[in-house]
Ligand binder design. Structure first.
Ligand code: NOJ
Length: 551
């Protein structure tokens, strides 16, 4: 069966930062509606909205306190209905972020569970331990232990993989599974076209009585991923969920966030015979080169270059292994990592050639808002703006190693996820047309890009992305075979072919000009980033340049 998402080109919108329509400094649904013509102009055919449910915003919406309503800061249900309708009129599908591993501690289920130990909702969450003794040494992704004292004073603890105000749901409980399936159906019934399944790989946990074995006598909690990621029951429980959804909504895209899944797990999660998801987002693409780390202070927010050889390996492995099974997702950045133009691309030319490299491969592009303009991370000048204790620890350790706090903040601004969530710049007016009030997120804009200027300039990044997206829609780039050429480390060259049609995507990763023998077959240019020369089958690419050639 053919699905709309076979041809999906997704644009990720961080609603809080896209467009503010009521001047409270926070982006909202009516702001997004206003910008539908822009999305149409860009040429994408789906948007993924980060969470917009009612939330105390401890984790910017990933802490949901009511799944059946829109957060009032973002708008109303009527706004959402209008947004879905207008997106569809513009030929754009709507994918919602669906947070299923945990809720907010303000969710009525959790509130009841802690107010009333006899509550049926107690078993909606994971309570364990006794006499104020933590059940195990497992650590949370957001720092500290996964266990937080039961506020009811029972001497037990509740489990949270993320912030302590985000308790994990107990998926062992069939009522939880049923409730989450009903919520998903409620939104699909409203007309949305897909769900991004947030952190689904964590819904099953190993036997809670076990400590994660560690070498030291250290009492510090440890991130015990093998005990709470990708366990076999994840597939069992997700299968019930996915099958039920697909039964009623066969055309709904189920896009799993599988951060730590390797390619073999991705096969399991997306193989049609397994009745699970259609595609997954892995975080395994971007292996960093650890050799440049300064050992005298914490490494977590030190900028690290991409290991290009590993990157090439990773890409080929995912391309080849998923071939004929499912489409990989193709992306350079998202709300959980620094932006492409900050993290990897050395300049505007490289940002373009890397986009070309990534998105013309086999798979579903996910373009992060503002990427199409060349937007960079913000620069945070106040440590408190990160709202993250791990940044405080990083700055303290850098200072001890002789760095100034300014230098340390600069590093964190280049690597932390929050500065990648800056306001979308629409024009040259106040706050770049995002809001007339102070934006919810503070930070210095380090680039000069904005939509109005770029639309008007034929040679802009925006117009480059527009051409790239339109190229991606061609059958060759949707269905063609993929084959990586055996070239040197300074380049990334692959072929797509379909019957007698062929394209060669040749990208330089080098700061020096490079030459490649491409043969006379590839003679016509479809898209170029930077300067190149093609004479008698010899391709010369200027630093970081890239070109798409066809036969
Ligand atoms: C993954 C999301 O992308 C991230 O932003 C969030 O903090 C966690 N899941 C928890 O929901």
């Amino acid at each position: 069966m053919r699905h709309w998402y076979d041809q999906a080109i997704i644009y990720q919108i961080y609603p809080k930062s896209f467009q503010d329509s009521n001047n409270d400094g926070i982006g909202d649904l009516n702001g997004i509606r206003k910008r539908i013509p822009y999305l149409k102009e860009l040429g994408i055919n789906a948007v993924w909205l980060n969470p917009i449910f009612v939330s105390p915003q401890v984790d910017n919406g990933y802490d949901v306190s009511n799944y059946f309503a829109i957060d009032p800061k973002m708008g109303t249900m009527e706004d959402m209905d209008n947004l879905i309708k207008e997106m569809h009129e513009a030929g754009i599908h709507v994918i919602m972020d669906f947070v299923l591993n945990h809720t907010s501690d303000q969710h009525p289920w959790f509130q009841d569970a802690i107010k009333n130990p006899e509550s049926i909702y107690r078993d909606y969450y994971i309570f364990a331990g006794e006499n104020n003794q933590r059940p195990n040494n497992w650590g949370s992704f957001f720092g500290g232990s996964v266990w937080e004292k039961d506020p009811a004073g029972t001497g037990q603890f509740y489990f949270h993989l993320f912030d302590k105000r985000m308790p994990d749901l107990n998926w062992k409980n069939p009522e939880v599974r049923h409730a989450m399936t009903e919520i998903a159906k409620y939104w699909l019934e409203k007309g949305i076209d897909g769900l991004r399944l947030d952190a689904f790989i964590h819904i099953a946990k190993a036997d809670l009585r076990q400590n994660f074995p560690v070498n030291s006598k250290d009492e510090e909690p440890v991130i015990a991923e093998p005990f709470f990621a990708n366990l076999p029951q994840v597939q069992k429980w997700m299968r019930l969920f996915c099958e039920e959804i697909k039964q009623d909504y066969p055309d709904a895209l189920l896009l799993g966030e599988a951060a730590s899944a390797n390619v073999n797990l991705a096969v399991d999660y997306t193989n049609q015979d397994n009745h699970l998801m259609d595609s997954v987002i892995t975080f395994r693409y971007f292996t960093e080169d650890q050799s440049k780390i300064d050992p005298s202070f914490l490494s977590n927010y030190q900028p690290k270059p991409l290991d290009w050889v590993k990157f090439k390996q990773n890409q080929t492995i995912w391309q080849q292994t998923l071939s004929g099974i499912s489409k990989p997702t193709l992306y350079w950045n998202n709300h959980d990592m620094a932006r492409l133009a900050t993290r990897i691309a050395k300049n505007d030319i490289q940002a373009r050639s890397l986009a070309m490299l990534m998105y013309l491969q086999c798979g579903i592009p996910i373009i992060y808002y503002g990427e199409e303009l060349g937007m960079k991370n913000l620069q945070f000048e106040d440590i408190n703006d990160f709202k993250d204790d791990t940044v405080k620890e990083f700055v303290t350790s850098a200072e001890k190693a002789g760095k100034t706090s300014k230098e340390a903040l600069l590093m964190a601004s280049k690597t932390h996820k929050l500065p990648a969530r800056g306001p979308m710049p629409w024009d040259n007016e106040r706050n770049n047309g995002f809001t007339e009030k102070e934006p919810w997120i503070k930070g210095r804009k380090l680039d000069k890009v904005n939509v109005a200027d770029e639309i008007a300039d034929d040679s802009s990044m925006f117009n480059f992305y527009k051409k790239l997206i339109s190229l991606k829609k061609e059958q060759l780039f949707q269905e063609g075979n993929y084959y990586l050429w055996p070239t040197s480390n300074g380049s990334y060259v692959y072929e797509r072919n379909l019957k007698d049609k062929k394209a060669l995507i040749a990208v330089s990763l080098s700061q020096e000009p490079i030459e490649l023998e491409v043969g006379k077959e590839f003679s016509s240019e479809r898209l170029a980033a930077g300067e190149y020369d093609l004479t008698a089958g010899k391709l010369r690419l200027e630093p970081y340049a890239g070109v798409v050639l066809e036969n």
